[in-house]
Design a binder for this molecule. Sequence first.
Ligand code: M6R
Length: 606
Amino acid sequence: MCGIIGYIGTEEASPILCQGLKNLEYRGYDSVGMATVSGGLEIRKGVGKIDDLRCRLNFEEIPGHIGIGHTRWATHGTVSFENAHPHADCTKKIAIIHNGIIENSDRLREALLKRGHEFAGDTDSEVIAHLIEDRLNGFPGQRGAGDGEPGTGSFDNGFFETACLDAFRLLRGSYAILAIKEGEDKIVGIRKDSPLVLGLADHGTFFASDVSPFLEWTKKVVYLQNYDFVVADGKGVKFYNLLQGEVSRPVDTVEWSMEEASRGKFEHFMLKEISEQADTIQRALQQDGDVIERIVDEVKKGFGVFFVGCGSSYHACLTGTYLLSKVAGVHVNAVLASEFENYEHFLTEDTLVFAVSQSGETADVLDAVKAARRKKSKIIGITNVMGSSLSREGDELMMMNAGPEICVLSTKTYTSQAMLMALMAYALCDKHEECVQKAKDLYMDVYNLTSKSMRVRLKDLAKELVHKEHIYMIGRGLQYTTALEAALKIKEVSYIHTEAFAGGELKHGPLALVEKGTPVFVFVSRDNEDRIVANAQEVKARGGYVIGVSDWNHRVFDRWIKVPECGDLNPIIQAIPMQILAYELAVQRGLDPDKPRNLAKSVTVL
Ligand code: M6R
């Protein structure tokens, strides 16, 4: 969940690393650091965000054409100077950065301590620097423990890379690692279950957790595979795979532009991404007809279908189950990826698993994919990031085509996922074209919902709610899944406790929470209006403050957010004002909507 970057080339590394770390900050932002080699090794790091530390530590003045940088989301060890990356070995000649989790770090650390190594902090990552040091000192290490152990051959291109290779073989867990050393004109990298891509520019080579830090310089990329071990020096890049030996990797071209990955005139990425939805929803429809046909066939003949995701992607899965049931009469199961192991025993060769993940790197989702692979079930990946692990894992792939989403919150990618769910539901009953038409008709509605006037109205509502401690949301059917997503948006960005309930469940417990003035949002659609309005009356009778989200203003509402009635596409339409409201609440509470506390965009740990 951290962001890593490396550069080796003819340019000064530190300004490139600073800019790159800024772009990677969405992956973690509790501490940041850099190391360069310019004859000697220099490391600077600290607690805080890149913008704070850039000036305080004069990051951009560190000399050298070779460097690595890291922005952290703490897992092992508190947020502190000592635990910030890069980490050094005892001699302070080797520096490493790491994203992932080294599962056997305690055992490795114990062995290293016995041999006299001294550790500065508590992270699992620090062992890597000491292991490399150990190998350079000729210590053979204990074999048989690491993931990379079955490897064959060695990398006989120099001591440092051989030491790194031997050290990496001892690691168990997930890792994207970059290592540099004083006196060595190279960067050594490896990945397993954590993302690492290379950018190939005329003036040098980039390593990064994703393409955003180097889009300004190059669109030529190499997506590394598990156990790929890479050495970049002034002359080029060498690839080796711990399990396969020497390998070559194809060069791809990224389609995302630099402009898409920048904030432009918007104050925050969140607002920019919300406002892009008129277009991104349409782009979700750009799917290969043959792929859709094959997926439809598989669903029809499949023995059990699972939609698996986390957070907003899970809400899109849940929306999918309602849509497929309602539109096509097809039963599918939505399961939280982190709970999927409880369903594994249902998987057979005829089961279909849809793995839904914006980033394509969510560890829980990839774990579910592994389970499905073990049982030989068919896997269909739905992701927004080409080159991500999920984009390469599935038997079929649907891309969301939403462009880069930088804000930690899912906004445009949620509505793209919901659009894809609707597309599948309609395709399953041969109404693919009807869905495309409905979506086209949505364009102006979405455009208007993301307009300035809507924002002004929601700003006003946010002023009323900004000091509330609790907000509740209710809906039925597709409006229930919308309520879940709306509640997640508000709680994660404004830190106001927000919960969603199925309308019919209110009287089974949650109604006890409602007192005079408690805000309760009610999501209404024409096809279930009577029942949900009755639930709204139950709230009103207890003094609750009812805020309706619908196409008409019912007398039970104290406040009304007007949205057009769009039937099966209501989950898309009704989510948008809630995203804007969440944004306004965060801003009015003085919070950074792009980087909520304790969260990271890409959750690459289980
Ligand atoms: O990249 P993914 O779609 O797999 O991410 C899943 C969740 O981590 C993500 O949706 C998260 O809940 C967002 N913060 C929601 O806004």
